[in-house]
Design a protein around this ligand. Structure first.
Ligand code: NAP
Length: 284
């Protein structure tokens, strides 16, 4: 297209947002708003409540409204894969996307940065953590667990044990992710921890308002690193007990912060720093 025939491009500050339902509780607008202000960037990031039956229509309209991308949360993380024009390998493998990029031609590119956020959080808060140092044990087999499994395998974990209340979901993950996985019965989850050097709570147990994760930690080695995806509260009952056994612990807030960074960089053009100031902003 020549300059003469090209449609007039309207210059405006880039828009991004988070799509979900409900969405009022999301901390993403605060986080991205903070980074925009901190780096003096033009742009806006807004929460967008979307009902499942409106998702396709909303996604079609957003690029026309000036949106350059979006984060995606419950309940749309799986559905966006079927609506995107291109999907990264890791999002396809995980079966969910949390980051969308709207290309100038209106095409939608879907990625999943949860696994990146999970590993970046461990690397930041436990720099000497060695994924290949011994078996990893993942408790839970929901959407977030799939991202954790993908990222742990990618990081070089040689044996990955997994247990879930609904065993079928763990078996499904093994069927998709392969031979390095070993599925344990939910009743055997305590035994699964024996010899594990990385232990992850990827269930929603321990969240404010939910039951704690009640599993025997007798077999948990003090040399293990324990981490939780739940970040409300920061110190979950699981992390508190692991710490009392001498384990290094890493809370789940850093995962939330790190998973947001790649999207922010793509939309607003600056890689944001995930530091103590960022953490305090979200905690405050
Ligand atoms: P999900 O797909 O709904 O999976 C929930 C998981 O918790 C499943 O494994 C489920 O087991 C298990 N579970 C729930 N209630 C249980 C109970 N009473 N007893 C035993 N197991 C139970 O959710 P998700 O998206 O994977 O999220 C899991 C957690 O991670 C949530 O708390 C979420 O907020 C958190 N998360 C944090 C981050 C972060 O950035 N830190 C990112 C993503 C998610 P069944 O399969 O048997 O139901």
């Amino acid at each position: 297209m020549t300059e003469e025939t090209a449609p007039t491009q309207i210059k405006h500050a880039p828009l991004a947002g988070v799509i979900g339902m409900p969405i009022a509780h999301s901390r993403s607008p605060r986080l991205h708003g903070y980074w925009l202000e901190r780096y003096g960037l033009a742009g806006h990031y807004v929460p967008i409540p979307v009902m499942p039956e409106h998702l396709a229509e909303v996604l079609r309209m957003m690029p026309r409204m000036g949106f350059v991308g979006a984060n995606v949360t419950i309940p749309h993380k799986e559905a966006v894969l079927t609506l995107a024009d291109t999907v990264t390998d890791r999002a396809a493998l995980i079966g969910a996307a949390n980051t969308l990029i709207f290309r100038p031609d209106g095409k939608i590119h879907a990625d999943n940065t949860d696994g990146y956020g999970f590993i970046a959080n461990l690397r930041q808060h436990a720099p000497d953590w060695d994924p290949a140092g011994g078996p990893a044990a993942v408790i839970g087999a929901g959407g977030a667990a799939r991202a954790v499994v993908a990222s742990l395998l990618d990081s070089g974990v040689t044996e990955l044990r997994i247990a879930n209340r609904t065993k079928l979901r763990a078996e499904q993950i093994k069927a998709e992710f392969g031979a390095r996985l070993v599925v344990y019965d939910w009743a055997q989850v305590g035994n699964m921890l024996d010899g594990a050097t990385t232990v992850v709570n990827a269930t929603s147990l321990g969240m404010d308002g939910k039951q704690p994760l009640r599993i025997p930690l007798d077999a948990l080695s003090p040399a293990a690193l324990a981490t939780d995806l739940v970040y409300t509260p920061l110190m979950t009952p699981f992390l508190t007990e692991a710490a009392s056994r001498g384990c290094r612990i890493v809370d789940g807030l850093g995962m939330l912060l790190h998973q947001a960074a790649p999207g922010f960089e793509r939309w607003f053009g600056h890689r944001p720093e995930v530091d103590e100031a960022t953490r305090q902003l979200i905690l405050g």
